[in-house]
Write a protein that binds this ligand. Structure first.
Ligand code: KG4
Ligand code: ZN
Length: 335
């Protein structure tokens, strides 16, 4: 089955083609340069950039796949959760193609996409079911028990900021450019992560919810208290990163133990973070659970993950009508 995936939920315009289990093409046009002057995503600018890029990007993805549009068997598109005016662009493009080609259309939940990224790389051992999946990105921090492909049971989520959002805000306060996650990681390499004892929010609670706004505020207060002393900036970045990594790791592994899961999957833009990967590897080794990360290229927003989830849905006979709406909020459950 040849499936086109389209992703425009936030600030990456992406198109990919998958044939059965193989990625034939996978293009992502980042908008970092559009939003970095503002220190965060400006929805209207993001939607305009999607509109400029989506048609040529889709055409190039099909060309690079070595196929013709008419060879496609179906079109999968992110329908939410995300910024509605951004989702509208991808949805309109996908509907136009599905209509013109007379092929089925399926709306994919962006979180399903992130967790499906673990099945995209054929060279990677797939995780055994059931596994606990953590989606950790700029928009989401959520834990699921995944009992079978597409069977998601929510275990917990952030009660305020997403972890990636906290990285971005901490970076902004420290005077680093947007998006701040990788800047924090880079700066942290020069710092002492034991220098400052930042809080580990909700770690003492038995549930699987997260909170990152208090950690972010602690960074802001500390940075102001020391008079924004640049010599300590790397220590602040490293100590913040260590606190975030510890909470994410401990809660996820606790959830896996309680659910009797033999594996955890960590997906989303923050999952490229090497400090987080090391924390998971260490924690998992001592608890006898396997940790799986998608390759870094498939952690941030991309369309291969949407094509992968869409292929599963289309293969199961799921179809959406041309009235498929964008959804700002769309809880992920089994479908
Ligand atoms: O998955 P993604 O591309 O978009 C969303 O669905 O939100 O994730 C983007 C997030 C941003 O908050 C970005 O700062 C964060 O992922 N990120 C990182 C790193 N690279 C990107 N966070 C920590 N360390 C990194 N190296
Ligand atoms: Zn995402």
């Amino acid at each position: 089955m040849l499936v086109l995936g389209i992703e425009t939920s936030c600030d990456e315009t992406a198109a990919a083609v998958m044939k059965d289990g193989a990625v034939l093409s996978d293009l992502v046009a980042s908008q970092d340069e559009v939003h970095s002057p503002f220190g965060g995503v400006v929805p209207e600018l993001a939607a305009r950039a999607h509109l400029e890029r989506i048609a040529p990007l889709t055409r190039t993805a099909v060309e690079r796949a070595g196929i013709r549009m008419s060879d496609l068997d179906g079109v999968a598109v992110t329908a939410g959760p995300g910024l509605v005016i951004c989702l509208l662009v991808g949805l309109s493009a996908a509907k136009g193609l599905a209509l013109g080609l007379d092929r089925p259309l399926v709306g994919v939940n962006h979180l399903d996409g992130h967790l499906s990224a673990i099945f995209v790389d054929p060279g990677q051992e797939p995780p055994p079911f059931p596994f606990v999946g953590l989606v950790v990105s700029g928009g989401h921090t959520a834990l699921y028990l995944v009992r079978a492909p597409g069977d998601y049971r929510p275990l917990g989520q952030t009660l305020d900021d997403a972890a990636g959002e906290a990285f971005d805000k901490a970076a902004k306060v420290l005077g680093l450019p947007y998006p701040g996650g990788r800047e924090i990681e880079r700066l942290a390499l020069e710092g002492d992560e034991t220098a400052i004892a930042f809080p580990r929010p909700l770690l003492d609670r038995p549930d699987y919810n997260f909170s990152f706004s208090g950690l972010k505020t602690a960074v802001i207060h500390y940075w102001d208290k020391i008079g924004r002393k640049m010599e300590e900036r790397a220590d602040v970045a490293a100590s913040f990163q260590a606190a975030a990594a510890e909470v994410l790791t401990i809660k996820t592994l606790r959830a896996a133990a309680a659910a009797g899961a033999r594996a955890v999957v960590v997906a989303g833009g923050v999952a490229v973070n090497q400090r987080l990967r090391r924390a998971f590897a260490a924690g998992a080794a001592s608890s006898g659970v396997a940790v799986h990360f998608p390759p870094p290229r498939l952690c941030g927003d991309n369309a291969a993950m949407i094509a992968a989830a869409g292929r599963r849905l289309l293969g199961a006979g799921v179809r959406d009508g041309f009235d498929l709406p964008p959804r700002a909020v769309w809880p992920l459950y089994g479908r």
